[in-house]
Ligand binder design. Structure first.
Ligand code: HEM
Length: 395
């Protein structure tokens, strides 16, 4: 048996898996990989096997467990290990989800459409006024998810520079940067929650104070930790999906033409983008709290388990022409939002942001194209979220 391949690896193209993942995929659907600290963890790469394992009750998200696999130094911090929801197991996890789900349901999010359209329109106006070349990272991909989640939570957007910077560092910074940024965010949110408890306003934080803090279901610190996870989870993921989505469409003009032919194809094209670009390279990190048998392997209690979104989304056992980007495909099912009890809380919101942003961008700036060759776009991050640092376009 050859050595367990290293994970994660860096992408060389913004929307293609890192070249070394071919070997990982060939050795799947379940194999061992080597992490940066030399430890090994199981990795699941098959689509069906990923869904199977993500519904296994013997998987735990408790990051304080000594066997929990750490995929990058920044995830060693105390705050990263004790995040609300993401690092929790039932029953507390499920209780929190019950409190939050209605505030991110399809119905709630649909009601946000007019507000989102107005927000996006403001950003596109600014891009048009600026004229080519324009960098869509600072002008759209980063501020849009930030403004949307701030408005939804009732967090003052004047502080957005601080949030964007801090949540970027938490997800993509060095270990020290990530820990400091997470602490800064906690301190900031702590003050915000204290103010909301004193005088709750209209946003989700104020609503949660009225619905959950005042009746005594949730304490001050718990609300801080919920707000922290909502802010962190909403920023980088959506911003990165939007940037990578734009690049992928611009680099596949035949597919872009099909979307332009019929705008009703956009939601399907977005599902295909989510499948293909797999912003969240890793959709789940877990530890086994009991033995698990899967695809002929025995994962023992205390061993780490990773689920590869990138590879599960391109599983040729379930996807026809798995490596082809095809906006008309019907088998767009993907794991980009995870699966099972931790499946993304904000997925309805993320889909709507992507739809409105892509629709307005493509209709209002029809001649849009990359201003530099795709291989010159700087990409940061490996293993969790892939981020393009600049996205210069012209028209
Ligand atoms: C395209 C954008 C997004 C992607 C690709 C994405 C991806 C994911 C994935 C893969 C998970 C599962 C993690 C796991 O199983 O351990 C997750 C969970 C989560 N996401 Fe998202 N997300 C996106 C946008 C958002 C937004 C806009 C929010 C805003 C609230 C959000 C909030 C959350 C939360 C709170 C969780 C934890 C859920 C739980 O543990 O029960 N996400 N997301």
């Amino acid at each position: 048996m050859t050595e367990a391949p290293p994970y994660p690896q860096k992408r060389t193209c913004p929307y293609e898996p890192p070249p070394g993942y071919q070997e990982i995929g060939e050795r799947g659907p379940v194999l061992k990989v080597t992490l940066f600290d030399g430890r090994e963890a199981w990795m699941v790469t098959g689509y069906r096997e990923s869904r199977e394992i993500l519904t296994n009750p013997n998987l735990s998200s408790q990051r304080t467990h000594p066997g929990f696999p750490i995929v990058a130094p920044r995830f060693r911090s105390q705050i990263a290990r004790t995040l609300a929801l993401i690092a929790m197991d039932p029953p507390v996890h499920d209780t929190y989800r019950r409190y939050l789900n209605p505030h991110f349901s399809l119905k709630t999010v649909r009601g946000m459409r007019p507000q989102l359209e107005e927000i996006v329109s403001g950003y596109i106006d600014a891009i048009v006024d600026h004229g080519p070349p324009a960098d869509l990272v600072p002008m759209l991909a980063v501020p849009l998810p930030s403004l949307v989640i701030c408005r939804h939570l009732g967090v003052p957007y004047e502080d957005h520079d601080f949030f964007q910077d801090a949540s970027g560092k938490v997800m993509l910074g060095t270990e020290e940067e990530s820990a400091t940024a997470a602490q800064d965010l906690v301190d900031y949110i702590d003050r915000l929650v204290a103010a909301q408890i004193k005088d709750p306003t209209d946003g989700l934080l104020g609503t949660l104070v009225r619905e959950r803090v005042i009746p005594g279901d949730v304490g001050h610190d718990e609300l801080v930790s919920i707000a922290l996870v909502l802010l962190i989870a909403a920023h980088e993921t959506t911003s990165s999906s939007l940037a990578l989505g734009i690049i992928t469409l611009l680099e596949h003009p035949d597919q872009l033409a099909r979307v332009r032919e019929d705008p009703a194809r956009l939601p399907g094209a977005i599902e295909e983008l989510l499948r293909y670009i797999a912003t969240t390279d890793l959709v789940a990190t877990r530890v086994a709290k009991g033995d698990i048998e899967i695809a002929g392997h025995l994962i023992r209690e205390g061993e780490g388990v990773l689920v590869s979104g990138t590879l599960a989304n391109r599983d040729d056992q379930v996807h026809l022409r798995a490596h082809e980007f095809d906006v008309l495909r019907e088998d767009t099912h993907h794991l980009t939002f995870g699966f099972g009890i931790h499946q993304c809380l904000g997925q309805n919101l993320a889909r709507l942001e992507l739809e409105i942003a892509l629709h307005q961008l493509l209709t209002r700036i029809p001649g849009l194209r990359l201003a530099v060759p795709v291989d010159e776009l700087p990409i940061l991050g490996a293993g969790t979220v892939q981020r393009v640092l600049q996205l210069p376009v012209e028209w």
